[in-house]
Design a binder for this molecule. Structure first.
Ligand SMILES: [Zn+2]
Ligand SMILES: [Zn+2]
Length: 335
């Protein structure tokens, strides 16, 4: 499914099977989850995508071929391909453990063709191991929603009372990890979205309500998974002195001005950008111990446009995963 330009529907196309270059692997896609960032790319919110582009950066795939020089993977390995697709490995960020900030980084399904396809290629060094026993459908949303959620949660330090604004895919995964760690979850949804509030409570949130409602108690941290700048001062008002507000979205509407008083007393406002491979390895080791479970809605690849609009409408709980039209995975969904 090909994006020809911003604002256009994806186009079903027959592409030549890609050839793995040096250091790359040829992958047969088994599942690819949709991320909100895919919508931002389609909408033109993110500048200068590769065009035409195959979207998709939550890919579970099987290695089918090796390019020159690949030693770390073998044919038949099952791997995950996340958003971070390539870095230069030599800048101050890369050599300092912060490759997520590499200025020359390339991102999967944005600068590099991704997983809304039957085949793709990826740099072997940026493929992540998928835990055994995790079915493809369950593993796919871990690769961005889960990973970015994990990085956001780490940025809250040891916060006990964690508010989550925007209860979609990332929130439903990170809430499970946070509860497993003994934290308390307060879920803020779109005002009036009782379905999302019920979902949050089923997952173990102590409280769920609209983002227009006051928090029932002070929070130690808040994570924003909504692209709504107006929520930043709302969240700052809800956190206690010393608390952190983490913005997990790649794109957000403008943040309205707010009185210094709500930042004062060592509250911290920060963003989280991308992921490091270390985040990926950590989170994929942690996920089976929780265990993190996704609610999945499947769409065949050729209905990707409909799947994207379903994400946009917020009309589904959990995650939406695309399955290649030919050669569908045969694993049953977990109970
Ligand atoms: Zn770098
Ligand atoms: Zn993503």
């Amino acid at each position: 499914m090909v994006l020809d330009g911003p604002g256009q529907a994806l186009r079903l196309a027959e592409l030549r099977r890609p050839e793995p270059g040096p250091g790359q692997v040829l992958l047969r896609v088994r599942a690819c989850a949709i991320c909100r960032t895919d919508l931002h790319i389609v909408d033109g919110d993110l500048p200068e995508p590769k065009l035409p582009l195959v979207l998709g950066h939550q890919i579970v795939a099987e290695v089918e071929g090796l390019g020159p020089g690949v030693e770390e993977l073998s044919a038949g390995d099952r791997v995950g391909v996340p958003w971070l697709g390539w870095t230069d490995g030599e800048c101050r960020y890369c050599t300092g453990g912060r490759e997520n900030l590499c200025r020359r980084a390339s991102f999967t399904g944005y600068h590099i063709d991704g997983g809304y396809a039957e085949y793709t290629v990826a740099d072997a060094r940026f493929c992540l191991p998928i835990p055994d026993g995790y079915p493809d459908l369950q593993a796919a949303p871990l690769l961005c929603a889960g990973l970015i959620g994990w990085r956001c949660l780490k940025m809250t330090g040891d916060a006990e009372r964690v508010g989550i604004y925007g209860f979609g895919t990332a929130a439903h995964l990170v809430a499970q990890v946070a509860l497993h760690q003994g934290r308390r979850i307060f879920a803020f949804t779109r005002p009036g979205d009782e379905e999302a509030q019920r979902f949050a409570k089923e997952l173990g949130a102590e409280w769920a309500g609209g983002s227009d409602q006051p928090s029932p108690e002070e929070l130690d941290a808040a994570i924003l998974f909504a692209a709504v700048g107006e929520l930043v001062p709302v969240a700052l008002r809800a956190v206690a002195p010393g608390g952190t507000v983490v913005c997990g979205e790649i794109h957000m509407s403008d943040i309205p001005s707010f009185p210094y008083q709500i930042l004062w007393r060592e509250r911290v406002l920060r963003s989280v950008a991308n992921l490091t491979r270390q985040d990926g390895v950590e989170f994929l080791e942690l996920a089976p111990t929780v265990p993190v479970r996704s609610e999945i809605t499947e769409f065949p690849l050729d209905r990707a446009n409909e799947a994207i609009e379903t994400v946009r409408a917020g009309a589904v709980r959990g995650a939406i995963v695309l399955l290649p039209v030919a050669g569908n995975p045969t694993e049953p969904a977990p109970s």
